[in-house]
Write a protein that binds this ligand. Structure first.
Ligand SMILES: [Mg+2]
Length: 230
């Protein structure tokens, strides 16, 4: 099963959900399939789930989908019990498990051995966690999670490999994420500013308000949540 075939089934069906991608191949393919200002890419391996959790807690009326990889999730495994403890009903954590650290040369991760990430999510306390058995099952699982109201973890086993021809130039200007939340959100009119090089940061607050920067290199879900609700 190819990751991109799974992504194709949901590309037109996520509505206004905010999609936070990990620093890996899933995000590259997602941006190519579904360019949107509702996409946000973590540049730090492991932190997509924490960013997604913070955004989900701060914007509880918005669906938030995290597109993660096995290597990324394993890099920040403590994110699972943190999410399960907070249990935002609007968060959907998708993990494409190809059993390797693909972006850094395809050395194996622990899931090439005996680690079962869905079992880990269940043990961490996720109320709903499942393996998608095939492409159709993946599409169904995501659709049910979007229609439902429950913290959900969806794992899917996929082949190695990023589709040739899709590169980092598929990424858009990430500042668009701020406009997407701000302009598209009448209930919570936050301004969110995202930048820049060499470090990635996020500013959250009401329009016109002086807001702090959050350095994503030292980010926690709680810091995003507190910044959004400030
Ligand atoms: Mg991987």
């Amino acid at each position: 099963m190819k990751r991109i075939d799974c992504l194709k089934t949901i590309a037109g069906k996520v509505g206004d959900a905010l999609v936070v991608g990990s620093a890996g191949g899933a995000t590259v393919e997602w941006y190519a399939l579904h360019p949107s200002e509702g996409n946000f890419r973590s540049r730090t391996l492991g932190l997509a789930s924490s960013m997604g959790l913070g955004i989900a807690l701060g914007l509880p009326h918005r669906k938030v989908i995290v597109l993660d990889g096995d290597g990324s999730l394993l890099m920040n495994l403590c994110g699972l019990p943190t999410a399960a403890w907070a249990a935002p009903k609007n968060l959907i954590h998708v993990v494409f498990d190809n059993t390797v650290y693909e972006s850094s040369g395809s050395s194996p991760t622990a899931t090439a051995g005996r680690t079962d990430l869905v079992a880990v999510a269940k043990a961490a306390g996720f109320p709903r966690a499942l393996w998608a058995p095939d492409v159709d099952g993946f599409a169904r699982a995501v659709a049910e999670a979007l229609a439902g109201n429950e913290l959900t973890f969806i794992g899917v086993k996929v082949e190695h490999g990023i589709i040739p021809g899709i590169g980092s130039n598929a990424f858009g200007f990430e500042g668009g994420f701020s406009r997407h939340i701000w302009c598209g959100d009448s209930q919570h009119p936050h301004s969110v500013r995202v930048g820049g090089k060499p470090r990635q940061y996020l500013c959250l607050g009401k329009p016109g308000q002086r807001v702090p920067s959050i350095d994503f290199c030292a980010l926690s879900a709680n810091s995003i949540h507190r910044a959004i609700v400030r």
